[in-house]
Design a protein around this ligand. Structure first.
Ligand SMILES: Cc1cc2nc3c(=O)[nH]c(=O)nc-3n(C[C@H](O)[C@H](O)[C@H](O)COP(=O)(O)OP(=O)(O)OC[C@H]3O[C@@H](n4cnc5c(N)ncnc54)[C@H](O)[C@@H]3O)c2cc1C
Ligand SMILES: NC(=O)c1ccc[n+]([C@@H]2O[C@H](COP(=O)([O-])OP(=O)(O)OC[C@H]3O[C@@H](n4cnc5c(N)ncnc54)[C@H](OP(=O)(O)O)[C@@H]3O)[C@@H](O)[C@H]2O)c1
Length: 486
């Protein structure tokens, strides 16, 4: 690792008059909205945002689908926050390995954890480790050029069938990427390795499988409309599954999104051809099936060859919450060569952080971290949480804006009430830089990121894309090459 060292003073400045030293961990929407609200609410605050990646913006860069460029415009707003003279971005700095939570709490008055949900819910059924079974998160990170899964290389060539488990918006994203003509993806910021693999893909059939019915599908109408509109796509939905009960009706009465999704599915079912024409790509919506085990291939040892599903029925009453799927003891196999589990993300704890394993979140009340999952426990002084780590892996980008408002309002209330606790002079940025220097951590600044950004855009122009995403190694190399630390 290159030594950070003597250049520190030229890159970062820290006015001693700024008495409230704040560290935000994670530069996704929750992190940036928190920083923005803190800057507005506290003139005395100096905010440092750290991220384990050299690139900022979290899932806006590595989650949002490449064919949704309009969603990524929010990056402009986040960049304005990063340009505020009281805010600094420190990329390539990981909570847990570069610096510990207790160190951060020693050097900052306020620490806000907004590091998202970077693991997966698991099904816990046989065969989950077979080759060809991936989480949607891994697949998404692969096509979006996230450094952790750029090497995933999912096998898209030896099968014509993929099964996507789950029917949320992420499931729709991955199904759309598999089915959309690659020529249409070629003008997006999709990672070049993914585009090359999708061009050679032999996958023509995608099954989107839900354990509940069409009245409970977790996706939203806009995203459903988009996949249904893929050119020349054959849609298959079993008519029998579209028959709904009075309880479904009652559920939909209370949920307009579900009603719209159900109506769209019904319409798609009635307007689709009975059979696909030869070679036509197919999208099958399958309901009332829960995965029971993954089947191993006889020809390719250790590789998935299909999924065994148990049929389900819905149980429960509307009054007591959503109806849940219960197996009815009837099973059937569905053959495939690729499975993408899109059943939800999960957060990961770090050392010294209270964690609620059953909910997969940091226990908190309105963003104040609790010492344990018990609501009667005291709060951890100066420690807050925001975003998916606070509420679980649901919600769109804008949801994190309201979430950050709530967390920041708690911070402001606490500062007002317990002024003396926040008044101690903490080293903040200087303390952070000292620790990182001692550990030879190569920090990527926002200035560095903007050079990387320009380079990605320059490379993109050469291939007709908005940007060509660079790998981590390239980023660290380019960063040194393009006048570092100035
Ligand atoms: C595949 C997918 C597609 C989506 N598409 C859309 C969409 O089109 N429109 C929409 O509105 N919403 C979309 N969403 C939802 C939206 O992305 C989330 O609501 C939002 O990103 C959550 O914000 P966050 O800041 O909590 O987490 P994240 O965006 O995940 O940000 C967390 C950040 O923390 C960093 N980090 C992780 N661990 C550490 C560590 N130990 N130390 C330091 N940093 C760390 C990560 O690198 C990351 O930058 C999508 C979500 C997914 C999964
Ligand atoms: N374009 C966009 O705006 C966009 C794009 C992507 C993501 N997002 C947002 O990001 C968030 C996360 O999306 P997501 O799709 O990961 O999560 P999600 O919306 O919670 O969907 C999860 C899906 O997994 C299913 N599931 C969960 N556990 C299961 C199990 N054990 N067995 C079988 N199925 C199971 C759920 O079924 P049940 O309903 O039966 O539990 C549901 O269909 C959502 O809020 C989403 O709206 C938005």
């Amino acid at each position: 690792m290159a030594i950070f060292g003597a250049m520190i003073g030229r890159t970062f400045s820290s006015a001693t008059t700024r008495s409230l030293r704040v560290c935000v961990v994670g530069s996704g929407p929750a992190g940036f909205y928190t920083a923005e609200k803190m800057l507005k609410a506290h003139e005395e605050a100096e905010i440092d945002i750290i991220d384990r990646l050299p690139t900022p913006f979290g899932l806006v860069r590595s989650g949002v689908a490449p064919d949704h460029p309009e969603t990524k415009i929010v990056i402009n707003q986040f960049s304005r926050v990063a340009h505020n003279e009281r805010c600094s971005f420190f990329g390539n700095v990981s909570l847990g390995s570069s610096i510990s939570l207790s160190e951060l709490r020693q050097i900052y008055n306020v620490v806000v954890l907004a590091y998202g949900a970077e693991s997966d819910r698991v099904l816990g059924i046989p065969g989950e480790d077979l080759r060809g079974v991936h989480s949607a998160r891994e697949f998404v990170w692969w096509y979006n050029g996230h450094p952790d899964f750029s090497q995933l290389a999912p096998d898209l060539k030896n099968t014509d069938t993929a099964i996507v488990l789950g029917q949320g918006n992420v499931a729709l994203d991955v199904a759309r990427i598999l089915l959309r003509p690659p020529a249409e993806l070629a003008t997006t910021d999709i990672a070049s390795h993914a585009l090359a693999a999708l061009r050679k893909s032999s996958i023509r059939k995608v099954y989107l499988v839900g354990r509940r019915g069409p009245a409970q599908a977790a996706c939203t109408a806009k995203e459903l409309r988009e996949i249904l509109a893929i050119k020349d796509l054959h849609i298959n939905i079993n008519h029998v599954h579209l028959q709904i009960t009075s309880m479904d009706e009652e559920e939909m009465k209370n949920n307009r999104i579900r009603r719209r999704v159900y109506d769209l599915l019904s319409k798609a079912s009635s307007s689709s051809q009975t059979h696909p024409s030869s070679g036509q790509p197919e999208l099958h919506f399958t309901f009332f099936q829960k995965p029971d085990k993954f089947l191993e291939s006889n020809d390719q040892s250790g590789h998935v060859a299909g999924v065994n599903f148990e049929k389900t029925t819905l149980k429960g009453s509307v009054g007591s919450g959503n109806q849940i799927a219960a197996g009815i003891g009837q099973y059937e196999d569905l053959k495939c060569g690729l499975v993408l589990k899109s059943i939800g993300y999960k957060s990961i704890p770090v050392d010294g952080l209270p964690f609620d394993y059953s909910k997969g979140i940091v226990p908190n009340i309105r963003g104040r971290v609790l010492s344990s999952s018990d609501v009667d426990q005291p709060v951890e002084d100066g420690l807050y949480v925001c975003g998916w780590l606070k509420r679980g892996p649901t919600g769109i980008i804008a949801t994190n804006l309201y979430d950050a408002e709530e967390t920041v309002s708690c911070i402001s209330e606490d500062i007002k009430k317990k002024h003396h606790e926040f008044a101690s002079i903490k080293p903040g940025r200087e303390g952070l830089l000292q620790i990182l220097e001692n550990r030879n951590i190569e920090v990527v600044t926002f200035n560095d990121w903007e050079k990387i950004d320009s380079e990605e855009k320059r490379l993109g122009i050469l291939s007709g894309k908005p940007r060509e995403k660079l790998t981590n190694d390239d980023i660290m190399r380019i960063r040194l090459f393009i006048s570092p630390w100035v």
